[in-house]
Design a protein around this ligand. Structure first.
Ligand SMILES: N[C@@H](CCC(=O)N[C@@H](CS)C(=O)NCC(=O)O)C(=O)O
Length: 211
């Protein structure tokens, strides 16, 4: 199997964690956003990362890829089986793919980490506006849904947690952590997610690029 993308992308990390937790072998083919190779749109029509190739199957979009991995390689489950719980899991993944991607990947990580890597200047006014206008309601929502113990859908870490945790890993790289005095349940939940060995492994790999 081949994953197309770059490991610092929260959505690529999500797919890699799914593959590693399921014990599936893969290789990473480095694709940098906004500078994709000729013909990449045949695999990823919107030219976004991640994309996956599994034999004859090519797929784009982290959620589509992770659901495919679950259906094709179900032995180690990363989604609940109960239909209502599975729908909830998809909702959290969707929330991460849309809201968190906008607030964290675009409004924070891109500005403070990616732009300097590309020799561009951070628009710190834009970051501050985003932190003031968008981050508090995002954190308030997450504070209202996370459990006091365990993970979003029970005792084990699943795709819903991986999607949300992966975005907040990037927030941390951009110098933002949720304030535990304001968001105690979410800060503690995030600590549990980031401490999971599957995410710790990714954080250690990321550190090699960031340091
Ligand atoms: N919903 C997509 C979002 C993927 C996405 O936005 N990827 C970013 C990098 S983290 C990207 O490729 N951006 C380049 C672009 O928008 O052209 C997913 O979950 O895979």
């Amino acid at each position: 199997m081949k994953v197309y993308g770059a490991i610092l992308s929260p959505m690529v990390r999500k797919v890699i964690v799914a593959l590693e937790m399921k014990g599936l072998d893969f290789e990473l083919d480095l694709v940098i956003p906004f500078n994709t190779p000729e013909g990449f749109e045949k695999i990823s029509p919107l030219k976004k990362i991640p994309a996956l190739q599994d034999g004859e199957v090519t797929l784009a979009d982290s959620s589509i890829i992770c659901e495919y991995l679950e259906d094709r390689y179900p032995e180690i489950a990363l989604y609940p089986t109960d239909p209502a719980h599975k729908a909830k899991a998809r909702w959290y993944e969707e929330y991460a793919d849309t809201v968190l991607m906008k607030v964290i990947a675009e409004g924070l990580f891109f500005e403070r980490v990616v732009k300097p890597m590309m020799g561009m200047e951070t628009d710190e006014d834009k970051v501050q506006q985003n932190l003031k206008d968008n981050m508090p309601r995002t954190l308030a929502y997450l504070e209202s849904v996370v459990p006091e113990q365990g993970f979003l859908l029970g005792e084990s870490l699943m795709m819903a947690d991986i999607g949300i945790g992966s975005c907040f890993i990037n927030a941390g790289y951009a110098g933002f952590e949720p304030d535990p005095s304001e968001y105690p349940a979410f800060a503690a939940y995030l600590h549990r997610v980031k401490a999971h060995p599957a995410l710790q492994k990714r954080i250690k790999e990321d550190a090699k690029l960031l340091n």
